[in-house]
Design a protein around this ligand. Sequence first.
Ligand SMILES: NC(=O)c1ccc[n+]([C@@H]2O[C@H](COP(=O)([O-])OP(=O)(O)OC[C@H]3O[C@@H](n4cnc5c(N)ncnc54)[C@H](O)[C@@H]3O)[C@@H](O)[C@H]2O)c1
Length: 420
Amino acid sequence: MSSAVRILDKEGKEINSVGFQRFGFDCEVPLDVLRSLYLRKHYVKTIASSSESVKDDEEDSAATAYLSKSIYHADTQSISYTTLSRFPPVKLLPPSSRKRVLVTGGAGFVGSHLVDRLMVLGHEVTVLDNFFTGSKTTVSHWVGHPNFEMVRHDVVEPFMIECDQIYHLACPASPPHYQYNAVKTIKTSFMGTLNMLGLAKRTKARFLITSTSEVYGDPEVHPQPEDYWGHVNPIGPRACYDEGKRVAETLTYGFHRQDGVDVRVARIFNTYGPRMNPFDGRVVSNFIVQALRGEDMTVYGDGKQTRSFQYIHDLIDGLIALMNSDETRPVNIGNGDEFTIAEFAELVRDIVEKVQREDGAEPKRVNIIYKPMPTDDPQKRRPDTTRAKEVLEWQPRWTVRMGLEEMVRYYKAKMEEGSI
Ligand SMILES: NC(=O)c1ccc[n+]([C@@H]2O[C@H](COP(=O)([O-])OP(=O)(O)OC[C@H]3O[C@@H](n4cnc5c(N)ncnc54)[C@H](O)[C@@H]3O)[C@@H](O)[C@H]2O)c1
């Protein structure tokens, strides 16, 4: 039985594909091709282009998932990983359009979705990662593919490769991870970016860095446009990340002005989606995991602080659009729909109950509890995405509800598998 889920955008129109053709770069792919890489088969519609190649396999011709699975065996406390016998179909590009793309931090949450998109589009992708917060399992479905390479490397050390585009993502992104070793975080931001910019200079590759809304700190301006300089505490516990990204931006524009490196700066606002580390303390994954486990959901502070959340596919659309546009100024990429954290907790609780009911289980209503706010946690943050709209013709399409439903289905499956 297929229960392929329909995704409706903000105007109520069905989303069947993500990406677009713009700036001479085609990045449009069917949504179900991507979903086959992270959702269970029964949620994904059959992918026409793949059914041809699997006629010999009765079961697989009806199926569409290309997940390599991990299966936990409670009795022996062991885990088995399945490997793939075939890969999702990728576009056959002429060599003149095929790009050699380096993705640092490509085994992380954002990186793995970017890798999926670039691979399906037919490009050659090299992932550089030290696996500090990322995991090989996020991209294991591509290992062995002729267009894919994965290198264990710390960006703090120099690295040389011929490439056309560099997406520089490597950096822990959640407070517990970046605070775990603050000195290393700032080294990664500074030296990692220095090394990757040096590589871009030598190879004449175009360089995109994933900066963050944290460069605005605890802002005095709402929403935050790109020309707002920010309000950051330079010595607080978050400074290693916030100031690290600020100095990384400074370096990026230094190389641009001094050496003519072709740069792009994306300031990303809170993003969520499948493959986010469930235990890294970010609010979306915290709430979902707590609600799925039937535990109390923890809100830090009085819950009146607001946040905006964008779904991963919107972010990847924005990153690819920016990389292939002519815009060298920083560009905010985020979803402006603002929620108080308390409202958001209730929304997550409702969606978890809906998905549990869909799967035939009787949900248990969990409580929402309040704890003191950590130091320097910004009260309010919302992107002004006018620039992205004007120069990239980009705006978010996914509603928070639609994105959350996918993420809940993903986490629920992982929990049932035993890998969460
Ligand atoms: N997810 C968000 O909401 C968000 C918001 C703003 C900015 N960003 C930025 O996007 C990028 C990706 O974030 P994410 O959410 O995917 O985080 P993540 O922690 O899932 O991914 C980061 C990846 O970088 C790797 N890495 C860390 N230090 C490294 C080093 N020294 N050398 C090589 N690899 C290293 C990690 O192993 C991991 O795979 C980061 O630069 C982050 O600052 C993310």
